[in-house]
Design a protein around this ligand. Structure first.
Ligand code: LR7
Ligand code: MN
Length: 576
């Protein structure tokens, strides 16, 4: 109780709360094209928005961090209390005209108070949960490039209004070389009224990853808290994050990310028990915590949720720990992949990622990035992901490449840059393997190391492919002798040898496997093991592998749907 904490009168606060009746309902559905990134949302039916945030542990008096926006000056304002705002028909043109400035309803955002109230969406118990008196302080870092004025300001105000002053060391705005005029002198002038806000301007466009690093380098707080520049922090959002770090400095807590509608700017709460996961090829998504896990661990809605990966934009991390982990790979450009990188790094090198249900922050989910990518967007993201895969995925990186990214294996197509430093870092930190991560952090992830394996059975010959002294033959099927893998690189592989088609002579040979060689790839559609399918040369898609009774055991022939000698079947299928 030594730090200069606000000494709120509890009764006063409660009186204020009682004055407010908030009713928020959202009638608009979200647009479907962005669904994969959004957690499932609930319609709000919020009664009283309670102003009390978090009670501190072992404190002499009960301290409440007051949400100063709960009794707003203008309760009737557009979008007030997080309600859906409507525009009349004659304004639609204006809405459309300004949409692309941020790829959301910028027109509406500009009409909504910068310090609007939003409904307190925390689970009920949160307002009574205890936190320690001597929590670490944090620097809040917002990076932005050409962010919309009103959303940037609303983000900053929500932090200033809803964070206990003694825990908020500063707010650092990192301007990633914006082109908009209002983000220059006008922003400086505006922010000069807040001693805690600092602006750092980058001299060239660095992308959000290096922009965050620039912000972190200047930060003076014990903890770094990164936020996107179009958010609204909810009541009591900060204390529960800092509490987790206080308990264990290797915990990396994330708030629940709620949805601010890009259409009507309403604030919507999301389903409980959601966690961040990834699917191949390293695509972030939300997924509910498995039901039996909740039961087995007797989880309450307020309990922290272990998270295999974080969404990326919103989290707190102890500053020293961030640097011990080697911060971000600064070779990642502009946007994308850094959430995977830091997530794998945290888990595999001794830390933990958690979603904290008592901490909630709204975020505007947009259909498109409203800024330009200096290079092609797709290529930028692919390259970032390839860097992550090469450093962290071990033998599982084949799953990444095999899900649509085999072209990245061709060094002529893409230069992913130097990775020595990252690989060294992983060794120095003595991090666990990716297999360990899958087994321990994300056991419900489906990650078979090959697409299929076992015997390669030919329907016409009713025999299996065999290798005899480096040449192919057919034998009576016997799993103990003949074993091939159908790999993620779509190679047919036995140990170090792969079946290589020679299209000119229609013959087959065995070659040392090489993931980068597209000529070694075979298409094979069957996922149902009872169905035999063609093995088609990928680079020459009309040619199929065919078994022969006489002469060489196999040859290439024009594909023929009815020819049983062209139908092949592996013993086990693990994935499409
Ligand atoms: O070159 C850039 N420079 C920047 O400063 C590009 C972006 N930025 C800023 C930008 O202004 C914004 O404030 O970086 C922030 C994030 O960019 P967004 O809002 O365009 O990203 P996003 O919300 O679409 O994407 C999510 O994934 C990103 C992958 O790199 C980042 O990790 C984002 O922070 C992340 N956002 C969230 O996690 C919020 C929830 C979304 C989900 C799921
Ligand atoms: Mn964002």
């Amino acid at each position: 109780t030594t730090r200069g904490r606000p000494n709120q009168d509890v009764k006063e606060v409660n009186k204020k709360v009682a004055e407010i009746q908030v009713k928020v309902t959202d009638k608009n559905q979200l647009n479907a094209d962005k669904e994969p990134l959004k957690p499932a949302v609930n319609h709000l039916a919020v009664g009283n928005s309670s102003a009390n945030a978090v009670v501190r542990k072992s404190s002499v008096h009960t301290v409440l961090s007051l949400d100063v926006t709960n009794s707003p000056r203008d309760p009737k304002a557009v979008g007030q209390f997080g309600q859906a705002a409507r525009v009349s028909n004659h304004e639609n043109l204006e809405v459309e005209k300004r949409w692309n400035e941020g790829h959301f309803n910028v027109y509406l955002s500009d009409k909504i108070p910068l310090d609007r109230a939003i409904p307190d969406t925390r689970p009920q118990k949160c307002s009574q949960s205890l936190v320690h008196d001597d929590l670490p302080s944090t620097s809040v870092i917002f990076c932005f490039v050409d962010e919309v004025w009103s959303t940037l300001l609303r983000s900053v105000h929500s932090v200033l209004n809803r964070s206990p002053p003694h825990l908020l060391k500063e707010i650092i705005l990192v301007d990633d070389f914006s082109t908009k005029d209002y983000l220059k002198k006008k922003l400086d002038d505006y922010m000069s009224q807040f001693p805690k806000v600092r602006i750092i301007r980058l001299k060239e466009r660095q992308g959000l990853i290096r922009a965050r690093l620039a912000g972190a380098a200047e930060a003076k707080g014990d903890v770094l808290t990164f936020l996107d520049s179009h958010v609204e922090c909810n009541v009591g959002w900060l204390e529960p994050l800092l509490e987790r770090i206080y308990l264990d400095r290797k915990k990396v807590p994330c708030p629940v990310i709620e949805v601010i509608s890009d259409r009507d700017m309403s604030y919507m709460l999301v389903d409980n028990f959601q966690r961040g996961i990834f699917r191949w090829p390293l695509v972030f998504g939300w997924s509910p915590v498995p039901e039996d896990y909740i039961k087995k661990n007797n989880m309450k809605v307020t309990d922290p949720i272990k998270c295999p990966v974080m969404a990326g934009g919103l989290f707190s991390i102890e500053k020293k720990y961030f640097y011990e982990l080697g911060s971000y790979d600064s070779g990642l450009d502009v946007w994308g992949g850094e959430n995977m990188e830091i997530s794998f790094k945290i888990w595999m090198c001794g830390g933990e990622i958690e979603i904290i249900p008592c901490s909630r922050v709204g975020h505007i989910f947009r259909g498109q990035n409203p800024y330009k990518f200096p290079k092609d967007r797709q290529k930028t993201v692919e390259r970032n992901l390839a860097r992550v895969a090469e450093v962290w995925l071990d033998e599982y990186k084949d799953l990444f490449y095999g899900h649509g990214y085999t072209h990245l294996l061709n060094k002529k197509v893409i230069d992913i840059g130097n990775l020595t430093e990252q690989i060294e870092l992983r060794k120095r930190l003595k991090c666990q393997s990716f297999k360990w991560y899958l087994d321990n952090v994300y056991p419900d992830m489906n990650a078979p190391l090959v697409k299929a394996d076992g015997l390669v059975y030919n329907r016409g010959l009713r025999k299996c492919l065999a290798l005899q002294q480096d040449s192919l033959s057919f034998e009576t099927c016997d799993l103990s002798k003949q074993h091939f893998n159908y790999t993620w690189m779509r190679n047919i592989r036995h140990r170090e040898l792969c079946i290589a088609p020679h299209v000119q002579s229609n013959s087959l040979a065995l070659q040392p496997c090489d993931n980068a060689k597209s000529e070694l790839r075979w298409l094979h559609k069957s996922t149902v093991s009872s169905l035999a399918e063609h093995l088609t040369v990928e680079v020459f898609s009309r040619m199929c592998l065919e078994g022969q009774l006489e002469g060489p055991a196999v040859r290439l022939r024009s594909c023929d749907a009815k020819n049983l000698f062209q139908k092949w079947q592996f013993t086990h299928y693990y994935a499409q």
